[in-house]
Write a protein that binds this ligand. Structure first.
Ligand code: B12
Length: 485
């Protein structure tokens, strides 16, 4: 945990706690918490960041920090609600309760919630945690304004981008729009134990834009970042990559909702990256088969990409249409043809069980995967779709009688599986396919308990990310010692 002094007149002591302790499938660097910490510091506050990811005993770590310093405001960064895994679901909001109780025992500093989860189900999370204040959306501009109000003991409930729960009444003010912003490098090394992240195959996340124009029925991306694009200047992206790489952070992952939309922007980013002559290893697993062609993939390779992922979800026209993916099986097949002629390893991501899924469509998708995915690539299958309130999938599920719970009770994950096919049957088919294709993985293979230790071993052996590239070797190795993976 690290901190820095400031000279502002209303300077407060701020603690940001990154609450995410989920190491699956990889320990994700809490970039949002660091961005917020830096924004609060720019506003003149003295800021400390406690990252709970690798702490053996989070309550003890928390007590130590709270015992050492008196904080004026404590921000809780909450990334995940759950692990979106139908087979072994985990609800991370429950894990917050003992943490919050411990904070209340030590201090009466006001608590502020923030993070991606708050943009999806703010009211439910605020009610579950009993925290009356949350920042929704554009944290870097809202949090400093909120701190200013708190510093002067002024009311904050009317601030844009803030939600409140006062006297049991929930209110969410309009969000502050995200503005086109230059892509900036963050000083992660100051806030986080970067050695620990690197030894877990973590990457430095970087966004080249905000927003998503696709309208997939199950997705919350538009809700989180808006439907319009806010593009970063390609030159600023390349400069940021150069800065990270020259300070030793070489594994960088583009975490845009969809990296290759808009296509021209993705190309410009790649061209700037080529000109910058950086030494980073780049990845993005957020590519869409729409506007995916030989020119893009070869430019990505020249730009320093070492792995890509295509989120296709299905290879069946019926399902793709119901999911409103905005592309058809033809584009999925065309993408396979593009990948076939490239040296870049590719992770194919599938989501089975969505609206319109039948036994035939599952077979169609598995047949596609078995036939067209190269052995050096990998395929990842998720079965069942986590339903979020306010999505079109929620409406579909209600119409079909699959969902009867009120929206307010969807914090504990509920999964959609098409009424025309059984989840267990899909699982059986996927396992059968995995038996003959060692490069295929499912949720279970991504969450077995010693994956973090294996990542560390891989790191010691000098393996380079992405870890999924080694899926077939790992599965074969584990099977040889009798494990059913
Ligand atoms: C990229 C990504 C990934 C990548 C991460 C790669 C990497 N190197 O970072 C990968 C593929 C590994 C991944 C994995 C998972 N992910 Co993910 N991921 C995302 C995605 C698309 C972007 C996240 C990101 O980096 N955003 C950029 C940062 C800067 O934004 P931010 O952290 O939200 O921070 C901002 C605000 O939230 C706020 N803020 C943050 N903290 C705080 C604190 C305070 C006090 C305040 C005031 C404000 C504040 O300010 C910040 C700046 O504006 C989001 C969707 C999205 N668009 O947000 C999903 C998302 C976060 N993931 C999600 C999930 C579920 C998962 C997994 C559980 C999936 C799985 N089964 O494996 C895992 C969990 C991994 C882990 N160890 O925790 C869900 C979480 C919701 C939920 N259901 O729980 C999301 C929201 C997607 C969705 N379904 O809508 N993910």
């Amino acid at each position: 945990m690290q901190s820095r002094d400031s000279t502002a007149t209303y300077s407060m002591n701020i603690l940001i706690i990154s609450t995410n302790r989920n190491p699956y499938p990889v320990a994700v660097l809490p970039s949002g918490a660091c961005i917020i910490a830096e924004a609060a510091e720019r506003a003149g506050h003295k800021v400390s960041l406690l990252d709970l990811m690798f702490t053996a005993d989070p309550l003890r770590a928390l007590k130590e920090v709270l015992g050492r310093t008196k904080f004026d405001v404590i921000g809780l960064s909450v990334r995940n609600i759950d692990n979106i895994d139908m087979v072994a679901p985990r609800n991370f909001i429950n894990d917050l309760i003992p943490l919050i109780d411990a904070i209340h025992r030590f201090t009466d500093a006001p608590l502020v919630l923030g993070g991606a989860s708050l943009m999806i189900m703010p009211e439910e999370i605020m009610r579950a945690t009993g925290i009356p204040c949350a920042v929704i959306g554009n944290g870097e501009s809202v949090f400093p304004r909120l701190l200013e109000k708190l510093a002067h003991q002024e009311s904050w409930e009317d601030l844009l981008g803030v939600a409140s729960l006062v006297g049991g009444i929930y209110r969410a003010n309009a969000a502050v729009p995200h503005f086109p912003r230059p892509c900036a490098a963050h000083d992660y090394g100051r806030w986080l134990n970067m050695k620990a992240y690197y030894s877990h195959f973590s990457t430095i996340p970087l966004q080249t834009k905000l927003g998503c124009r696709f309208q997939c029925v199950y997705c919350t991306y538009g809700k989180i970042e808006g439907a319009g694009y806010q593009l970063s200047d390609p030159e600023s992206v390349a400069e940021t990559v150069l800065r990270y790489a020259s300070s030793g952070f070489r594994d960088i992952e583009f975490v845009d909702n969809v990296f290759n939309a808009p296509y021209d922007h993705a190309l410009s980013v790649c061209e700037s990256l080529i000109r910058s002559k950086h030494s980073a290893r780049l990845q993005s697993i957020e590519l869409n088969p729409v506007s995916f062609d030989h020119h893009l993939i070869s430019t990505m390779e020249r730009a320093g990409f070492i792995g890509i992922g295509l989120t296709v979800e299905s290879a069946s026209d019926l399902v793709l249409k119901e999911l409103r993916k905005g592309f058809t099986a033809r584009e999925v097949h065309a993408a396979a043809e593009v990948v076939k002629h490239s040296r870049l390893p590719c992770l194919w991501i599938f989501l089975l069980g969505g609206p319109g899924e039948t036994r035939d469509t599952v077979r169609e998708t598995l047949r596609f995967a078995e036939t067209f995915i190269r052995s050096q690539d990998a395929a990842f299958f998720t079965i069942g779709i986590r339903m979020y309130p306010g999505t079109e999938l929620e409406n579909i599920a209600r119409r079909q009688g699959v969902l009867s719970l009120p929206s307010s009770r969807m914090l504990a994950p509920f999964f959609y599986v098409s009424p025309e096919v059984e989840g267990d049957w899909i699982m059986g088919q996927v396992k059968q396919s995995m038996d003959s294709h060692m490069n295929f993985i499912d949720g279970e293979s991504m969450s077995f308990s010693f994956l973090p230790q294996m990542s560390r071993l891989g790191h010691l052996l000098g393996l380079k990310p992405p870890l999924w590239r080694y899926a077939r070797f790992i599965r074969r190795g584990l099977r040889s010692i009798g494990m059913r993976v």
